[in-house]
Design a protein around this ligand. Structure first.
Ligand code: ZN
Length: 455
């Protein structure tokens, strides 16, 4: 930590210093074990932050009726082990304050959440260090218990519970310095170095914030963050956009660009180019979110892992569609990176209506169908939601092709659409396709330009 403060140019504080609205004040070494809620009218000085898996409802969480009681004293003996261990680390590192989401935001007060959630970006960025409880999947487990026996050394598992939880991605990416407890040993990571107290080196460590925030292209940075995020577990689907909103807020400062239900206005064609990630080792459990989270063209309308296939085909593919209009309505204007209640996309591109009636019985979510000629031509449809397998007519809209906005020739990829049940002139996205014809366009492979509205 001293090394970092003295020598690391990249780690210097750049965001404005501002204390969180509330902090937990922890008793010092030598004093009786106690903690209380501290309402920080002004800058209270340096503090730590905690990033951990809730693992279910938090019975000790701060609610409106407990604020005055907690300002006198927290029910120390009733607090879960992870919280108590984080207090111990705070004490040992000679800090007075720690920020913990469940105790510093009033969980049953919508107004308070609306005020505090947009600040999470700065709360983690301004914390001196963030304690990342990587090893525990619930708050009762704690993380200091096995540290001192020292008889065995467990290699750092690739998948730690904390890396499976959606909310913690942004906590780890935004933190300036992380103190990571992976179950055995301690890792310390800042924007410059990553060190451990054992000889083992962390492998495939996800906490590499500079890889997310400093690539030249916004699209590349964002698609990597969203791919990682989509693999994680989210307890409430209503948090789909909220749990990545602090990363979005941070990127909007860096790239100065409008945000539309999880996509960037300056990078819309790339942002639309996502598909369900399916692999034999990891069969995807994918469906549209049960309640409305985002328009169908946004990855946020899907529960399950996604990828951005065009990121790897930049050398051969060029954008082939033009956005005429894209708009979303926010649930709350105060959460510009949070939930949306509606969204419309009007796009001009080459379309082709295809019928896939005969394959109904063998249809899986990934289809390989052959058009007019049996070889050297393929088309792959990757449907977003298995319930759309019953459809047999699709409208394909090219987003990328090797000929760009000129008449499409050999390779193309884009959106699979269907008429929205509400209104015939309006479409909704149901999947992603790519296709290849070695000899150029064939019969049945006729594309014409059109303007399409997608919701
Ligand atoms: Zn550093």
């Amino acid at each position: 930590m001293q090394q970092c403060e003295a020598n690391h140019q990249d780690c210097h504080q750049t965001s404005p210093l501002q204390a969180p609205t509330r902090l937990i004040e922890v008793s010092s070494i030598g004093e009786p074990l106690a903690a209380r809620l501290h309402v920080s009218a002004q800058n209270s000085g340096n503090y730590l932050a905690l990033s951990y898996c809730w693992g279910g409802p938090q019975r000790h969480a701060l609610i409106g009726s407990k604020v005055s009681e907690y300002c006198i004293s927290l029910p120390y003996s009733e607090l879960p082990n992870t919280i108590l261990d984080s207090f111990e680390v705070t004490r040992q590192l000679k800090y007075r304050y720690i920020w913990i989401d469940s105790l510093c935001m009033i969980q049953d007060d919508r107004e308070d959440m609306l005020r505090e959630l947009p600040k999470m970006n700065l709360i983690y960025r301004n914390a001196d260090q963030t304690i990342s409880v990587a090893c525990a999947s619930s708050c009762d487990e704690g993380f200091l218990k096995s540290r001192h026996n020292g008889l065995y050394r467990v290699p750092l598992p690739r998948l730690q519970p904390i890396n499976e939880r959606a909310w913690t991605l942004q906590e780890s990416l935004l933190a300036r310095r992380l103190l990571i407890f992976p179950g055995s040993g301690v890792y310390w990571k800042c924007d410059t170095i990553c060190q451990s107290d054992t000889s083992s080196k962390p492998q495939s460590w996800e906490f590499q914030s500079h890889e997310y925030f400093y690539p030249a292209m916004l699209g590349e940075a964002w698609s990597r963050a969203v791919e990682g995020y989509s693999m994680r577990h989210l307890s409430f689907e209503g948090d789909k956009l909220a749990a990545i909103s602090a990363i979005a807020a941070n990127m909007s400062i860096l790239f100065r660009c409008g945000y539309l239900a999880g996509l960037w206005r300056d990078d819309l064609v790339n942002g639309l180019a996502w598909e369900i990630y399916r692999s034999p080792e990891m069969p995807a459990i994918v469906h549209r979110t049960q309640s409305y989270q985002a328009p169908s063209w946004s990855w946020a309308s899907i529960t399950g892992p996604i990828s951005f296939p065009e990121q790897h085909r930049r050398a051969i593919h060029k954008p082939a569609a033009e956005i005429e209009l894209c708009d979303t309505s926010l649930v709350s204007e105060r959460l510009p990176y949070g939930a949306v209640s509606a969204g419309t996309l009007i796009i001009r591109g080459y379309v082709n209506e295809v019928m896939i009636g005969s394959t109904e019985n063998t249809m899986t979510t990934i289809l390989d169908i052959t058009l007019a000629q049996p070889t050297k031509t393929y088309m792959r449809l990757n449907l977003d939601d298995p319930s759309d397998q019953k459809l047999n007519t699709f409208l394909l809209l090219i987003l990328f092709s090797e000929s760009g906005i000129a008449v499409p020739k050999k390779t193309k990829a884009g959106l699979v659409l269907t008429k929205s049940s509400d209104e015939n002139a309006v479409h909704r996205r149901v999947g992603w396709f790519d296709s290849f014809n070695e000899s150029g366009p064939l019969a049945g492979d006729q594309w014409s330009q059109r303007v399409v509205t997608i919701i």
